[in-house]
Design a protein around this ligand. Structure first.
Ligand code: ACO
Ligand code: ZN
Length: 165
């Protein structure tokens, strides 16, 4: 059964299902240089379906966000060991950007990560990716670290994080 979370005009934002994975991989291939194995997509959907979300317009997939959870040191508290959500990847197809879809994907993933009882949510983003950094900042993420040569091509990443109440 499809779980529709939000609607934005004719765009449905809903939880992903196994049949969404191929279209999600296609969006990933078109929009980002970081790609993953089929198995990895399947395992994220199996493990954190609450925060694996797609945007669809009239049967066409236009965006996705997918996340994992992990235990580790807090990005906020000294010496704290916490459960954390981690945005693995988010993208919206070029023609569908700047309509608010990206924002809703992140907002709904925050809700999904809350359901997983995480204390924090974080992500890595290329320092040059102004659009994405601005979106995350608007939603309350803050830059906590700069990770040197994080990407294969040598670019640095910002580690951005938000505390979940
Ligand atoms: N009319 C005009 N502008 C609007 C409207 C509207 N109706 N709705 C929102 N906007 C503006 C927002 O205010 C925002 O403006 P700003 O950049 O000046 O602050 C801008 O549009 C973007 O916001 P959204 O529309 O919510 O986001 P979008 O759907 O464009 O998606 C994303 C953002 C996902 C970063 C997109 O640019 C993308 O897919 N980029 C390529 C892939 C990528 O870089 N992904 C992130 C990598 S990092 C990681 O995956 C952890
Ligand atoms: Zn992480």
């Amino acid at each position: 059964m499809q779980v529709i979370l939000r609607q934005l005009g004719d765009c449905n934002i809903r939880r992903a299902e196994p049949s969404d994975l191929i279209p999600v991989m296609e969006i990933n291939l078109k929009t980002l240089p970081e790609h993953y194995s089929d198995y990895f997509y399947e395992s994220l959907l199996a493990e954190v379906p609450e925060a694996f979300i797609v945007a669809e317009i009239g049967g066409k997939h236009v965006g996705y966000i997918m996340c994992k959870t992990e235990y580790g040191f807090s990005n906020f508290k000294k010496l704290g060991f916490v459960k954390k959500g981690h945005v693995v990847s988010i993208a919206v197809l070029d023609d569908y950007r700047q309509k608010g879809i990206g924002r809703i994907l992140v907002e709904e993933s925050v809700k999904g990560i809350k359901l997983k009882n995480c204390d924090e949510f974080h992500l890595e983003v290329r320092c040059s990716n102004n659009d994405a950094v601005r979106l995350y900042e608007k939603l309350g993420f803050v830059i906590r670290q700069q990770l040197n040569a994080y990407y294969r091509d040598g670019e640095d990443a910002y580690l951005m994080a938000i505390e979940i109440d």
